[in-house]
Design a protein around this ligand. Sequence first.
Ligand code: B12
Length: 252
Amino acid sequence: MASINDIANEFIREEIEEYLEQPDEIELTIEMFAQATPAMQDIAAALIDGDHHTVDEMTQAALEDGTEALEIMDDGLIAGMGVVGIKFRENFIFVPEVLACARAMKAGMAYIEPILSDSGIDPIGTVIMGTVKGDLHDIGKNLCIMMLRGAGFVVHDLGVDTSEDDFIEAVEEYEAPILGMSALLTTTMPNMGKTIDAFIDEDLREEVKIMVGGAPVTQTFADDMGADGYGKDALACVALAKKFLLEPDEEW
Ligand code: B12
């Protein structure tokens, strides 16, 4: 088991000591950062600090040094956002600070995106992705889109606050066999179920495989609302989309 002294970055050590209270979260966070390189820890620290200029420069430098885009995304950007999420939940920081962190995340993702989205292979299928109605969170959805494009999918991004009708229209217009919905709020999660019901009402449910995700979503919730699959992260999102395509008749 790693200890806090295995983390090279002093700012991150202080953040963990000052803001994290739940033992399991402390343990997981220490494990996560202890296995990350000092350069990735520095990116995470700058993101937690909401410093988009530094995240921008460090991401570029890490790529130039030969670090894999996926490592920067996981060990730098997503790891940093994990700490931001805990501080926000515990009311140590508020929306303006989180927006600064989200801006820093986007500054890093701007370099990662073209790399992860460039599959260099022929398109393998079409996916419609959007964040559900009432929900403005798009960072996780955008990561999924990046990874799907990198795996060879053509993705039509409907953005945030997407209504049931917009999802239906897009699936019909692009004849997409796969739809992915993202939700980050417990209050907007039911809109995934409402969208699935709308597909049933329009007699289109059999035409499309529906996957769902987002921090509060669980496999049980996905099953209860009648989704075809749930993915916990962007890699799982790609794996699901591939399964839907290759084995469309399987139960998920
Ligand atoms: C950044 C953030 C914001 C930013 C969003 C910026 C943006 N452009 O997205 C801002 C500041 C705007 C914001 C606003 C609000 N937020 Co907010 N936010 C967050 C925060 C800190 C991080 C979310 C994030 O980006 N995570 C990083 C990404 C990479 O993770 P992810 O989204 O989970 O995505 C991954 C997986 O879930 C999965 N995935 C995601 N989508 C999909 C889809 C499919 C199909 C699949 C298979 C997988 C998949 O793959 C992704 C990549 O690995 C979370 C905390 C948290 N723990 O999640 C709170 C959080 C979601 N927010 C919260 C709240 C309350 C709000 C506000 C209501 C605050 C307010 N008082 O105004 C508003 C709501 C605005 C709205 N109508 O949507 C709460 C929700 C609580 C709840 N029970 O519902 C949280 C949990 C914070 C908390 N209190 O703990 N927020």
